[in-house]
Unconditional design. Sequence first.
Length: 87
Amino acid sequence: MDTGESIKGKPVTEEQIGAWADEAEVGYDVEELRKRGRGRPGRGAEPSQVVALRLTTEELANIDARAAREGKSRSEVIREALAASAA
């Protein structure tokens, strides 16, 4: 079953959520997690800012459809659209 959410344009399924829950219940190696670094990778020299945006269901569906077609994330599609409109 599709949850309606996606990661990098790929749908998150109930099975994937179950697998993540099983993994969490077993526990994580804290030392291994510390090796990964902190937070998301930067997009430039300065920290990025998070901006809240309200979209209709139809707008979000259109963004998700494009993201899936192009193998991109929602954020990538939105950033590209903003850059194109500012040019």
